[in-house]
Structures are given as structure tokens and as C-alpha cells.
Design a binder for this molecule. Structure first.
Ligand SMILES: CCCCCCCC/C=C\CC(=O)SCCNC(=O)CCNC(=O)[C@H](O)C(C)(C)COP(=O)(O)OP(=O)(O)OC[C@H]1O[C@@H](n2cnc3c(N)ncnc32)[C@H](O)[C@@H]1OP(=O)(O)O
Length: 279
């Protein structure tokens, strides 16, 4: 039975819907294909805060242990896949909470990038920074037109850690990845397709999910264990590097984020977002 004690399970047509009590994510398993759709639903912008990250971890673990045939990551917001890390977690942070926050982000990345099941992202909205990290941790990306995706950290005066770069580099040629990261470049859907940051464009979320399902279905005749071990061998060095350096990575993040100049930059950026929202 596809559920844990923290999950409720409902049936919608041929799909089983599992959702966490807090409902920051839902997991819907298609009974015909066996593919799980993991949907982020944290209004207003799917900002990755501690609770959403914990939910994501739990849902990925569920999908992994329930032997779903694949995982499709998407958003319930019609214009935003994820706005990336919730800046409020990093601005004037609480000492204990920010440790748990960063550790949970590491957990999500390790689980998603290292997942044994085929993964795809149906990017149905903007996907900056941490949103791009989630999308590039998947094996395949289908995006809707007129949105943007990229690692814009340098634009915010912050530095993407090595493992963000690993995900980016698993998708893009090194020269393009390096330049885009240095510039903090956000790509339009069309540009992302051109450089290979995404694999396909779809006109609707449903079409994006179909295309992701078709990608996952392309492994139907491949031995699942051989496929999973092959994927993990490709990703082993990146995963091992973070496993080995988890504590140092956390300390580096804490040191960096607590620098007065970084706090000032984050404050100004938050203000500019709020001003933009008011206009
Ligand atoms: C070596 C170790 C060092 C480690 C250093 C740290 C590394 C950190 C790594 C990753 C960084 C990140 O992920 S930082 C987050 C980056 N994200 C962004 O820059 C996106 C910012 N948001 C936007 O561009 C837009 O909001 C949007 C395109 C995503 C959506 O636009 P839309 O017009 O639809 O919505 P609004 O802009 O009006 O926003 C609504 C509402 O949400 C608030 N908001 C938006 N994004 C964030 C966010 N990331 N965190 C917190 N809050 C966010 C925005 O302020 C509005 O709030 P109010 O309604 O209260 O005004």
C-alpha cells in the first residue's frame, strides 16, 4: 500500500492521491503507468522553506520506497514552478532553524539527484535559483513557454554551492554553465531549449506531464536495476562529494549568509520583490 503514517490517500479516477497533512506537496500515482507526480503547493511562489523541503524529502522517499516507475516534479501554481529558496529563511535567520533549513536542502538534493527511479520536471512556471536546482536534479525537463529558468545567485550577491553547479553541469556544457553562473543568467524557455537546459517545450501543464511520462516510459524495456545503477554511477562522484563535505558545506553556508554585506543584499532584494509585488 502506497502510504506512510503521515500520509492520507484518496482515489481520483485511476489515480491514487497521497498528500501530506500540511499539504505543501501532493503525490499522485497514476495506476496505469505507475508514475508518481509530485506537486509543490506552497503559496504564493513555492518558496523553498524548511517545511516545504521536509515535505519534498518525505515525498521523494515515499516514491522511492513504493517502487513507483518514475517521478515527475511539478507545481500547483500556474505561473511559478518554484521561486527558489525562501529568502526569509536566510534573512535575519534563526540560528537553529537555518541549520535545519540548509541540511534539509542538502537532503532533498541528495534524494532527488541520486534517486533510483527515473525523474522528470514538468516546469510549468518560472524556475529561478533553487527552482532551477530542483529541475536540473531531474533527468529530463519539459517547460512551458514564456517563463524563465536559471541560477541567478550572483545577481543576488550570493554564490551557488558546488553541488548546485554539479546539477547544472550534468545538463549543460561546461562553458555555457560557467558563463551563465557567473552572469547569474536567467534563460527564457526558448533560450533554455536552445542551450539544452531543458529538453522539450509543451503548451500546457498536461502536455508537459505527458511528455515527462513518455520520457519515463522510454525505460520500460530496460532492466530497472541496471538503469538505476548506471544512473547512480554517472552521479556518484557529485553525490559523494556532498556526502563527504556536508558539515563543511553547512558551516560555509552559515558563515557566508551571516556576513553583514550578504544580509544587507538579501534585505534589499526582499524589499525590491515586495515593491514590485505592490506595483
Ligand atoms: C558556499 C556556500 C554559500 C551559500 C550561499 C547561499 C546559496 C543560496 C542558494 C540559492 C539561492 C536561492 O534560491 S535564493 C532565491 C532566488 N529566487 C529569486 O531570485 C526569485 C525571486 N522571485 C521572483 O523573481 C518572482 O517573485 C517570481 C518570478 C518567482 C514570481 O513573480 P510574481 O510576479 O508572480 O510574484 P511576486 O514577485 O509578486 O512575488 C509574490 C510574493 O512572493 C515573495 N517572494 C518571491 N520570491 C521569493 C523568495 N525567493 N523568497 C521569499 N519571498 C519571495 C514576494 O516578495 C511577494 O511577497 P509579498 O506578496 O509579501 O509582497
Amino acid at each position: 500500500m502506497l502510504r506512510s503514517s503521515l500520509l492520507t490517500l484518496t482515489r481520483i479516477g485511476s489515480n491514487r492521491l497521497m498528500s501530506t497533512a500540511a499539504k505543501l506537496t501532493t503525490v499522485e500515482v497514476n495506476d496505469k503507468t505507475g508514475i508518481a507526480t509530485l506537486t509543490m503547493c506552497r503559496p504564493p511562489v513555492n518558496g523553498l522553506n524548511l517545511e516545504l523541503l521536509k515535505d519534498l524529502s518525505q515525498s521523494i522517499d515515499e516514491i522511492e520506497s513504493n517502487k513507483s516507475r518514475g517521478l515527475i516534479l511539478t507545481s500547483s501554481n500556474p505561473t511559478i514552478f518554484s521561486a527558489g529558496l525562501d529568502i526569509l529563511e536566510m534573512y535575519k535567520p534563526d540560528k537553529e532553524r537555518i541549520r535545519a533549513f540548509w541540511t534539509s536542502l542538502q537532503d532533498v538534493w541528495l534524494a532527488l539527484y541520486g534517486s533510483s527511479v527515473p525523474t522528470a520536471a514538468a516546469i510549468n512556471g518560472h524556475s529561478p535559483a533553487g527552482g532551477c536546482l530542483l529541475a536540473t536534479s531531474c533527468e529530463y525537463r519539459v517547460m512551458l513557454p514564456k517563463f524563465t529558468i536559471g541560477l541567478n545567485e550572483t545577481q543576488l550577491g550570493i554564490v551557488a554551492p558546488k553541488w548546485f553547479m554539479s546539477s547544472f553541469l550534468s545538463v549543460l556544457p561546461r562553458r555555457i554553465a560557467e558563463r551563465a553562473l557567473n552572469q547569474g543568467r536567467m534563460f527564457t524557455t526558448e533560450e533554455a531549449l536552445q542551450v539544452g537546459l531543458i529538453d522539450e517545450v509543451a503548451n500546457t501543464k498536461e502536455e508537459a506531464i505527458e511528455k515527462c511520462s513518455a520520457f519515463i516510459g522510454s525505460f520500460a524495456k530496460v532492466n530497472p536495476l541496471a538503469r538505476a545503477l548506471t544512473k547512480q554511477q554517472f552521479r556518484a562522484a557529485d553525490l559523494q562529494q556532498l556526502e563527504n563535505e556536508r558539515v563543511q558545506d553547512l558551516e560555509k553556508f552559515l558563515f557566508f549568509v551571516n556576513q553583514p554585506a550578504v544580509q544587507k543584499g538579501l534585505g534589499l532584494y526582499l524589499e525590491s520583490l515586495k515593491k514590485k509585488a505592490k506595483n
